[in-house]
Design a protein around this ligand. Structure first.
Ligand SMILES: Cc1ncc(COP(=O)(O)O)c(C=O)c1O
Length: 394
């Protein structure tokens, strides 16, 4: 048997393309903004994680260009040996202060931050308690480290307690997304922290969609829930509110020092390029100076949430600037996505395995730069398309 046979047999994308419904790898032309040119026509962008709208902010872009002029295009080595610039240290210092932690370590993606942090901390003999809806990078990090992995029902504190009771005195860590990335609902971080305290285990929150988007100052989901100081470790990304790429882990000085010297995704992978580091520092400048951006992104999401729910769409329990529109069947989801696209609104169709089979959603996400008028125009399209595909009545 040929190891490539699975690839030769894999025809699902071709089948969806033949139906004219293939929704992936759509080339965007130009800056990722609230409205943009895609495949030759103008669309309202409800499919980006650019929550604060900073990807084309003139100050951020200028800082990024200045870094290329000063440091060149790349570091060509890992942080550990030859890829640490003074601005990597500056960024880690800034993030440490911003997140009110003792220390911070940057990685080249958020995925690597989760892989490196979780696989390095969760070893044979440890137990990792994972929410069933956690992001793929958490699941893969847990697999890599040889710790025992136990999953609890989504955000279900009673179920988690039941599991923890079976492992008294064992070293472990509860790991959750802060904002669940597909459906925009939030972890019950106070509930998790209570259980962590009671059972003597640690709590790690992957707040990829929360840092820079949640909480009065943008510290994240735990700040939003008034319990920032109850989280042992925060992992995050620069690929969303920070308008770039990269990731970080923040926590106590000893844990971060251990990761710095042991996390394989950091030690054996090249460091963040200068333009990316400078972009994130500049984005932090703006987040600290302009907290009203956080108010604006939530206002845009709230306007859309109110509109969609008053039309009768099933939109779940989202509290973040991410709103899912439940469709169900994968192909139906692609059909709705295409109709939205053809009518000028870009959304993300999310099917299994990113969601449960039969639980396909159109994922919408919002930016501080979305105006009321853009949201209202998108809602008009939702109403028309929703009726056509029987997602709402009438
Ligand atoms: C919850 C969560 N964690 C981690 C990641 C990975 O982040 P990055 O894009 O920086 O690799 C993502 C991005 O999709 C995410 O949604």
């Amino acid at each position: 048997m040929d190891i490539f046979q699975k690839c030769f047999d894999y025809d699902r994308p071709e089948k969806v393309k033949a139906m004219g419904l293939y929704p992936y790898f759509v080339p965007l032309q130009g800056h990722v903004g609230a409205e943009m040119e895609i495949a030759g026509h103008g669309l309202i962008m409800l499919g980006s994680n650019n929550y604060l709208g900073l990807t084309d902010n003139p100050y951020v872009m200028e800082k990024s260009r200045e870094a290329i002029t000063k440091y060149g295009t790349g570091c060509t080595g890992s942080r550990f040996l030859n890829g640490t610039l003074d601005i990597h240290l500056e960024l880690e210092d800034r993030l440490t202060k911003f997140l009110q932690k003792e220390a911070c370590l940057t990685f080249s993606t958020g995925f690597q931050a989760n892989l490196g942090t979780i696989a390095t901390l969760g070893l044979r003999g440890d137990i990792l308690y994972l929410d069933r809806k956690n992001h793929a990078s958490i699941i893969d990090g847990a697999r890599l480290g040889y710790a025992k992995v136990v999953k609890y029902k989504h955000n279900d504190m009673d179920h988690l307690r039941h599991i923890l009771e079976k492992h008294p005195g064992e070293s472990g860590m509860i790991i959750t997304d802060g904002v669940f990335s597909m459906e925009g609902d939030l972890a019950d971080i106070n509930g998790l922290a209570d259980l962590a305290e009671e059972f003597g285990v640690r709590l790690l929150v992957d707040d990829a969609h929360g840092v820079g988007a949640m909480g009065p100052t943008g510290m994240g989901t735990a700040e939003h829930q008034g319990c920032h100081d109850r989280v042992d470790m925060t992992v995050g990304t620069f690929s969303k509110s920070f308008a770039c790429i990269g990731g970080f882990a923040a926590g106590s000085a000893s844990v971060i020092s251990y990761l710095r010297h042991n996390a394989r995704t950091n030690i054996f992978s090249a460091s963040l390029p200068p333009a990316a580091v400078a972009t994130v520092i500049a984005a932090l400048d703006i987040i600290e100076k302009e907290p009203e951006l956080l108010v604006r992104v939530h206002r845009a999401a709230e306007r859309c949430r109110n509109g969609l729910s008053s039309m009768g769409f099933d939109i779940g329990q989202s509290e973040a600037p991410i709103i899912p529109v439940f469709v169900g069947d994968d192909l139906d989801c692609f059909r709705v996505w295409k109709d939205m696209f053809d009518n000028g609104v870009f959304t993300n169709p999310v099917v299994s395995p990113a969601v449960e089979p039969g639980g396909a959603i159109l994922r919408t996400s919002f930016m501080a730069s979305h105006t009321d008028d853009m949201i209202d125009r998108a809602l008009e399209v939702f109403e028309k398309v929703g009726r056509r595909h029987n997602l709402i009545g009438g």
